[in-house]
Design a protein around this ligand. Structure first.
Ligand SMILES: *[C@@H]1O[C@H](CO)[C@@H](O)[C@H](O)[C@H]1NC(C)=O
Ligand SMILES: *[C@@H]1O[C@H](CO)[C@@H](O)[C@H](O)[C@H]1NC(C)=O
Ligand SMILES: *[C@@H]1O[C@H](CO)[C@@H](O)[C@H](O)[C@H]1NC(C)=O
Ligand SMILES: *[C@@H]1O[C@H](CO)[C@@H](O)[C@H](O)[C@H]1NC(C)=O
Ligand SMILES: *[C@@H]1O[C@H](CO)[C@@H](O)[C@H](O)[C@H]1NC(C)=O
Ligand SMILES: *[C@@H]1O[C@H](CO)[C@@H](O)[C@H](O)[C@H]1NC(C)=O
Ligand SMILES: *[C@@H]1O[C@H](CO)[C@@H](O)[C@H](O)[C@H]1NC(C)=O
Ligand SMILES: *[C@@H]1O[C@H](CO)[C@@H](O)[C@H](O)[C@H]1NC(C)=O
Length: 446
């Protein structure tokens, strides 16, 4: 019965996701880029551009966001505060005052922390890193100011930029068209006066893992106290073709010294801007940079306990501000979470089976590079719901796991550890599997 229920929920979730968004666990997740025209100038306007990350658990990690667009006419950027265009382009037609950027398709990046105060603006200058909304709602925003020339100078003559793109830090985002919306109203700092943008437009960008990469970027393994078999990550979970790897930390150090890692890791060119460290994977059968292990640890009368371990297999990457999302029907009855922070994610109003976990600030919010310190761990204590709780048929294992907003590859459902003396329950297992297939097909169609 419970299997059938979860099958129905899966199908429901998948169907809804087709209609609304790519991610069934965060159907409204998006990044909004809003332009507020603050003043008209003799040849254009000055706009505040605000980037809000409305995704519950997907942050933009280093080396940060890049926002691009195509000007509608021959606009130029005279100056920017709190960000910069990556290329100036051909400004040879200008004499005297030279614009900051003359490209028809500018690409803009955040400034690094610590730039002089006169180049800063509120919410700028964090190297393009933006936390997830569910993690730090107040900080999930970035902003810059842009002064545009050779543009319209009234709300009837201004032309909206087209073809917005967002990289953060790899591909995966698709942006819709810019739309004029009611002008933003601002409150003065003393809250005694309201002012208003002269004109506002915004753009919504959504993320799709299929666009970001062909393979998952993490995998899941299982174990339990009631069965000594450890179910490893599926082989080549993150793709084995063209992937190079190193056997040990010593090899990784040697490569770093001789500078061969760039050639040794050709797959690591997901990053943009050139300044980012290339990834260097430890050799594993799964070839994933990150593994999430779920261990069913203890069984009490009214409670049970799972241990979660996240392991980094990438010698070139510290995951700062990482997030982990797990979906399991008993996560609505979390009693205590040890050494991680935690928030329930209620996607469809009533289905409360998903939790976001993240590190405690200054303690384990950074998942360190592969090696002796390259893991973080937590234990989750859940209260048994008498009507559904069971250790049979792998019920105690999560249905879905996401690391940093990307869905992790699960082990094959029929390999789940089962209780001694329990029959493998072939019928229900294949039911679940076909539901998963249906769900994935629908997601692919989205
Ligand atoms: C973007 O996210 C915001 C906040 O969750 C939501 O109000 C808005 O409807 C979303 N936009 C789209 C197009 O999904
Ligand atoms: C939109 O931008 C993308 C990427 O910068 C580019 O490949 C494409 O040609 C652009 N389309 C238009 C209509 O400018
Ligand atoms: C443009 O400005 C006029 C007043 O100058 C105002 O009535 C109108 O609503 C504005 N339109 C937009 C799209 O902001
Ligand atoms: C665009 O801005 C309007 C007005 O501020 C806001 O109501 C709307 O939700 C924004 N769109 C998105 C997708 O966030
Ligand atoms: C990760 O962080 C540690 C400690 O802050 C630092 O020593 C190390 O160089 C960092 N590694 C990378 C790849 O950034
Ligand atoms: C969801 O589950 C969590 C964890 O038990 C609980 O704290 C929260 O109140 C629940 N929320 C809803 C809307 O049921
Ligand atoms: C588990 O949580 C759900 C929803 O929050 C609640 O209705 C139910 O009573 C809880 N079960 C137990 C055993 O606490
Ligand atoms: C543990 O589970 C595996 C399936 O993953 C099964 O093959 C094995 O027989 C189980 N062990 C015991 C002692 O039941």
């Amino acid at each position: 019965m419970e299997v059938l229920n979860s099958v129905l929920l899966l199908i429901l979730a998948a169907t809804l996701s087709v209609a609304v968004a790519y991610d069934p666990l965060d159907p409204n997740g998006n990044i909004t880029i809003k332009w507020d025209v603050m003043s008209w100038t003799p040849d254009g306007y000055v706009a505040m551009v605000t980037i809000n990350n409305y995704q519950m658990y997907r942050h933009i990690m280093a080396p940060g966001w890049t926002v691009g667009w195509t000007w509608a006419r021959r606009e130029v950027i005279w100056s920017m505060v709190g960000a910069q265009a990556t290329e100036q382009g051909d400004c040879s037609r200008f004499k005297g005052n030279i614009p900051h950027c003359c490209k028809r398709t500018p690409a803009v990046v955040d400034l690094l922390p610590g730039v002089p105060y006169n180049q800063q603006i509120a919410n700028c200058c964090r190297g393009g890193v933006v936390p997830a909304y569910g993690q730090e709602p107040a900080a999930a925003v970035a902003a810059f100011q842009v002064s545009v020339g050779q543009a319209g100078t009234t709300n009837r003559t201004v032309k909206l930029p087209k073809n917005f793109t967002l990289l953060g830090p790899g591909p995966g985002y698709t942006c819709g068209p810019a739309k004029v919306v009611p002008s933003t109203v601002f409150l003065t700092p003393d809250h005694r006066r309201k002012t208003q943008a002269l004109m506002t437009w915004n753009v919504t960008c959504t993320y799709s893992q299929h666009l970001a990469s062909k393979y998952p970027s993490c995998c899941v393994s299982f174990s339990s106290f009631y069965n000594e078999t450890v179910i490893p990550c599926a082989k080549c979970s993150c793709g084995c073709e063209h992937k190079s790897c190193v056997r040990s930390e010593r090899d990784s150090k040697r490569l770093a010294v001789t500078g061969k890692h760039a050639a040794a890791a050709p797959h690591a060119t997901r990053v943009h801007g050139g300044g980012a460290p290339a990834s260097l994977l430890q050799c594993t059968t799964h070839m994933c940079p990150v593994r999430v292990h779920w261990h069913v640890k203890l069984n009490y009368k009214e409670y049970w306990r799972a241990k979660i371990t996240i392991t980094n297999f990438n010698y070139r990457m510290n995951y700062t501000g990482w997030t982990l999302v797990a979906q399991h029907p008993n996560l609505d009855n979390i009693t205590e979470v040890f050494s991680f922070d935690y928030k329930p994610i209620v996607a469809y109003g009533s289905i409360n089976d998903t939790a976001m976990f993240y590190g405690l600030k200054y303690f384990n919010d950074q998942l360190m590079e592969a090696g002796p310190h390259g893991n973080v761990q937590s234990e989750v204590l859940m209260r048994k719901d008498a009507s559904t709780f069971t250790f049979r048929q792998g019920w105690a294992f999560p249905r879905k796991v996401y690391f940093n907003g990307d869905e992790c590859q699960m082990p094959s459902p029929d390999s789940y550890p089962y209780l001694p003396n329990a029959a493998p329950a072939a019928a229900s297992a294949s039911l679940v599997r076909s539901a998963v297939v249906v769900a994935s097909l629908m997601l692919l169609m989205a």
